[in-house]
Design a protein around this ligand. Structure first.
Ligand code: DGJ
Length: 763
C-alpha cells in the first residue's frame, strides 16, 4: 500500500516506505523518503490522482536526473535541504562550518519519518498532513529536523531546524530549503519597490544561475521579493502553471530561483543571516522561519490558496472590519485637542467606527527629530493627557487606536540619553547613520525590551485602547550589540515578535496594524500577530491600484489598510475625483486619511455614501473569492470578488489611462455561477463615473445594491433604501456575463465603475 493522506490512520511511521504521495486541494506532492538519504520532492504540481506504491516509487525514480558522462558516478539528488554531498552544485541548503572549516559539507540522511494527519491544523484550522523528517550526519555530528505540511488549501508549509551534536561550535551562515520545479517553469515574477511604490512586479526569464533576492534590511522591505513565482511563460491571472514561495519572516530573508547546468531548477527560501548571528554550541538548535509554497493554474489560484489559509486562522479578524479614520495626513505632528475632536465628530457623522491617533502624542515628539522611544504622553502637547480625546471618541461610538514605533529611538530622547548602549550599532564608539533621524533600539537587550514593554503597557492600561498601529520606519543597518559588535538583526526581529505576542496576550482583543514606512512589513510572520498591514504611505489611487493588486497576491482584502485621502495626493501631488479615490479604497479594509475640515458638504455627502456602500459589501469582500480579469485592452483593469455561494459579486472596472485608438472597452465577469441568472447594478455613489456617454447596458444598470442575506444586517442597521427589485436592471446568465460581457464607453482615465451582481435565479 502506498502511504497517502487518505489512509485513515492518524499517526504512523513511514520507516521503510520509499515513496510518499500526499494530495490535497488539487495539488500532489510525491516525496522520496529513502532512509539514509536527504528527502527529496520527486513531484510537486497538479494533483496526480490515486497512485499505487509501485507507481509512487516509479515517480521517485523518474525524478532522478540521469548522470552525465564525466560526472558524479551516482545520479545527483536534489533534496529539500540541497547538499553538495549529493551532487547538488547550486547553493547548498546549509552554509556553515566549525572554526577552521570542518563540517562544511554535511551529508545528512533520513533516520526516521513520521506522518500525522490532523483533522484540525493548529495554525490554519483545517485538516493537514504533517511529515516530520529526522536527519543525521553521524560523522560530522549534525542533526536536522524538516517538517513539511500539506495544508487543506493545497499550500505546502516547510520549516527546518539544525542541531549541533558535537562539542565544537558550528557557525551557520544560511539555511535554505528548496523545492524543485519543472523545466517548463521558465519565467519568474517577483517584486521590486521602494517607499511609496511597494511591491512593484518584475518579470524575467529563468536562466542557468541563481536569481537571488536577499533582503538585508532587517524588516520585510518595500522591495521584498515577498512572493517568488516561477511559471510557464506568459502566465496570467487565470492561465499557466505557477509555483510560488513565500518566506514568512519580517527580518532578513531570501528567495531564489536557481537553475543548474544539469537542468535542475529550484525555488528556495529562508532567513537571511549575518556572519556570527547563529553559532550553535553542543546541543543547540537553529530553527528556520516557515516557508509557504503554492502551486496553481494562474496567479489567482495562488492568491486564493493564501487567502483561504489566512482566513482559516483562529485569530483571523471578523468580517466587520471597522471603517477607520487615521489622522496622520490631516494633522501630522500638529496635535490640538479641539481640532482632533472636531475630526472625530465629522468622522462619526460619516459612519466611521475606529479613530486612530498617529505619531506625535508622546515625549518631545513635535517633529521627527526627537522623542522617539519615550512612550509617555507629552505634557506639552496633551496637558490633560489623552483621556479627553479618548472619552470623546468613544462617546461618539468609535473605537480608539494609537500609534507606536517600539523598535526605534531618536538620539534626542530621554531613553537614548539614559541608555546609549541600547541603541543598536556596530561598536561602542560608532553608531549607524541615521535614517529618518532615528536609530534602532536594541530590543534583544532584555532591559531595553522590558523598558519599552512597560511603557507601552502603562499607556494601554491607563486607557481603553482597542488598536495599535505598530510602525517601523528605518532599515536595520549595522544593527549590532554595541558592547560586543555582534549582529543583532535576527534577535531583534524575534524580540519584536515576542513583544507583540506579549501585548496581545496581556490585552485580549487588542488589534495590531503592521506598518513600516508604509508597506515595508507585509509577510505571514508578522500576520501571526497583526490584524492588518498598511499597504503604502502613497494613497494616490492610481498608484494604489497597482500596489493593492499585488499586495492582494499574498493577503486577502480585509488585511490591507486602504484609505480615502484628500483630493491632492500628499505623496504624488496628483488630483483625483472622490469617486476614484473611494472606489479604489473600497477593495480593502476601508479608512479615511483626509482633513475632513477641508471637505465640502457635497464631498462629505458622497463620502458617507461610500462608507455605507462599504458596510453593505464588506461581508462579501472579506469572505468571497478574488478574481482579476484579463481584458483585451491593457489600459482597463478589471477585478472583483464573488461570494463563496455565488449569490452575489462586486467587480471594478478601472481605466488606468485612456484606451488606445484601436481599443474598445469591454468588461467580462468571470467567477459567477454559469447557469444562474444575475441582475447587474452599477453602484458607485455620487456622480456617474462613466465618462461621456454610458453604453446602453450600463445606462440600464444604474441602480443600487440589491438586498442579499450578506448585506441585510447592514442595510437594516443603516436604514439603506430597499431596492424595489423592479426589473429594469439587466439580467443574464453567469456564463454570458463572463464570456460575452458588454462594451463600456471609453472611460476617462482614473475612473472606476463598480458592478454589483445579485443572483436572481438558479445555481
Ligand atoms: C510612517 C507611516 O507609514 C505613516 O502612516 C505614519 O504613521 C508615519 N510613519 C508616522 O511617523
Amino acid at each position: 500500500m502506498p502511504v497517502t493522506a487518505d489512509t485513515p490512520a492518524l499517526h504512523r511511521s513511514v520507516r521503510g516506505a520509499r515513496g510518499l504521495h500526499l494530495s490535497r486541494a488539487g495539488v500532489s506532492l510525491v516525496l522520496d523518503l529513502t532512509m539514509g538519504r536527504m528527502p527529496a520532492v520527486a513531484y510537486w504540481g497538479r494533483a496526480l490522482g490515486t497512485l499505487t506504491t509501485a507507481e509512487v516509487d516509479l515517480l521517485c525514480e523518474a525524478a532522478v536526473v540521469a548522470p552525465n558522462q564525466n560526472a558524479l558516478d551516482v545520479p545527483p539528488r536534489l533534496g529539500l535541504l540541497p547538499q553538495s554531498a549529493d551532487g547538488w552544485l547550486g547553493e547548498p541548503g546549509i552554509v556553515g562550518a566549525r572554526t577552521g572549516g570542518a563540517g562544511f559539507a554535511p551529508r545528512l540522511g533520513l533516520t526516521r519519518a513520521d506522518l500525522t494527519t490532523d483533522t484540525e491544523d493548529a495554525a490554519s484550522g483545517g485538516p493537514a498532513d504533517h511529515l516530520a523528517l529526522h536527519l543525521e550526519d553521524p560523522d560530522l555530528r549534525l542533526g536536522a529536523l524538516l517538517e513539511l505540511d500539506l495544508l487543506e488549501t493545497g499550500l505546502v508549509r516547510l520549516q527546518g531546524s539544525l542541531t549541533n551534536l558535537a562539542g565544537a561550535p558550528f557557525h551557520l551562515r544560511s539555511f535554505t530549503l528548496a523545492l524543485p520545479v519543472p523545466a517548463e517553469a521558465a519565467e519568474i515574477l517577483d517584486f521590486a519597490g521602494r517607499w511609496t511604490r511597494e511591491r512593484e512586479p518584475q518579470r524575467l526569464p529563468v536562466a542557468v544561475g541563481q536569481h537571488l533576492r536577499e533582503n538585508r534590511r532587517g524588516r520585510t522591505g518595500a522591495d521584498s521579493a515577498y512572493l517568488m513565482h516561477v511559471g510557464t511563460p506568459g502566465f496570467t491571472w487565470d492561465e499557466g502553471q505557477v509555483w510560488a514561495l513565500h518566506t514568512a519572516f519580517s527580518g532578513g530573508h531570501r528567495h531564489a530561483v536557481e537553475r543548474t547546468s544539469a537542468g535542475e531548477t529550484i525555488l528556495a527560501g529562508g532567513e537571511g543571516l549575518w556572519p556570527g548571528e547563529v553559532t550553535l554550541d553542543e546541543g543547540e538548535t537553529y530553527s528556520s522561519p516557515a516557508l509557504y509554497a503554492a502551486y496553481g493554474d494562474g496567479l489567482d489560484a495562488i492568491a486564493e490558496r493564501f487567502h483561504r489559509h489566512l482566513r482559516a486562522r483562529p485569530h483571523h479578524p471578523s468580517t466587520r472590519r471597522p471603517v477607520t479614520l487615521n489622522v496622520w495626513e490631516a494633522v501630522y505632528f500638529d496635535h490640538d485637542l479641539d481640532g482632533l475632536k472636531d475630526l472625530a465628530d465629522r468622522a462619526a457623522a460619516l459612519g466611521v467606527e475606529r479613530y486612530v491617533l498617529d505619531d506625535g502624542w508622546f515625549g518631545d515628539r513635535r517633529d521627527d527629530y526627537a522623542g522617539l522611544g519615550d512612550w509617555v504622553v507629552s505634557e506639552a502637547a496633551w496637558p490633560n493627557g489623552l483621556g479627553p480625546l479618548i472619552e470623546h471618541v468613544r462617546g461618539l461610538g468609535m473605537e480608539f487606536g494609537l500609534w507606536f514605533e517600539p523598535e526605534m529611538v531618536n538620539e534626542d530622547s530621554d531613553v537614548a540619553r539614559a541608555h546609549p548602549e541600547w541603541i543598536a550599532g556596530p561598536s561602542p564608539d560608532r553608531l549607524p547613520r541615521e535614517s529618518r533621524h532615528q536609530q534602532v533600539l536594541n530590543l534583544a537587550i532584555e532591559e531595553a525590551y522590558a523598558h519599552v514593554r512597560d511603557q507601552m503597557v502603562a499607556v494601554l492600561e491607563a486607557h481603553p485602547i482597542d488598536y495599535i498601529k505598530w510602525d517601523c520606519n528605518r532599515d536595520f543597518i549595522e544593527s549590532g550589540i554595541r558592547a560586543t559588535g555582534a549582529p543583532t538583526v535576527r534577535e531583534q526581529s524575534l524580540a519584536a515578535y515576542r513583544l507583540a505576542d506579549e501585548l496581545r496576550a496581556r490585552f485580549p482583543g487588542l488589534e495590531i496594524e503592521a506598518c513600516a514606512s508604509g508597506g515595508a512589513r507585509v509577510d505571514l510572520g508578522v500576520l501571526e500577530r497583526a490584524d492588518r498591514v498598511w499597504v503604502s504611505d502613497c494613497i494616490d489611487p492610481h498608484e494604489r491600484q497597482v500596489m493593492n493588486r499585488w499586495t492582494n497576491q499574498l493577503i486577502p482584502l480585509e488585511l490591507m489598510g486602504s484609505h480615502v485621502a484628500s483630493g491632492a495626493s500628499h505623496t504624488t501631488g496628483r488630483l483625483h475625483s472622490l469617486g476614484y479615490r473611494a472606489a479604489t479604497a473600497l477593495f480593502g479594509h476601508l479608512g479615511i486619511e483626509w482633513d475632513l475640515r477641508e471637505a465640502t458638504p457635497g464631498e462629505l455627502e458622497e463620502l458617507a455614501g461610500w462608507v455605507a456602500l462599504y458596510k453593505q459589501v464588506r461581508e462579501l469582500l472579506f469572505t468571497g473569492t478574488r478574481v482579476r480579469v484579463s481584458l483585451g485592452d491593457p489600459s482597463l483593469w478589471g477585478h472583483g470578488v464573488v461570494a463563496a455561494d455565488g449569490s452575489e459579486a462586486l467587480y471594478s472596472l478601472t481605466a488606468m489611462e485612456r484606451s488606445g485608438a484601436a481599443q474598445t472597452g469591454r468588461m467580462r465577469f468571470p467567477g459567477l455561477l454559469p447557469e444562474a441568472r444575475y441582475r447587474l447594478d452599477i453602484v458607485n455613489p455620487g456622480a456617474d463615473p462613466f465618462g461621456l456617454v454610458p453604453s446602453p447596458v450600463m445606462a440600464a444598470a444604474r441602480g443600487e445594491i440589491a438586498p442579499t442575506p450578506a448585506n441585510a444586517r447592514e442595510r437594516a442597521a443603516h436604514g439603506a433604501a430597499v431596492s424595489t427589485g423592479e426589473e429594469s436592471s439587466p439580467v443574464l446568465t453567469g456564463r454570458a456575463w463572463e464570456l460575452a460581457g458588454f462594451t463600456t464607453p471609453i472611460l476617462s482615465p482614473d475612473t472606476s465603475v463598480l458592478f454589483h451582481f445579485t443572483r436572481v435565479t438558479g445555481d
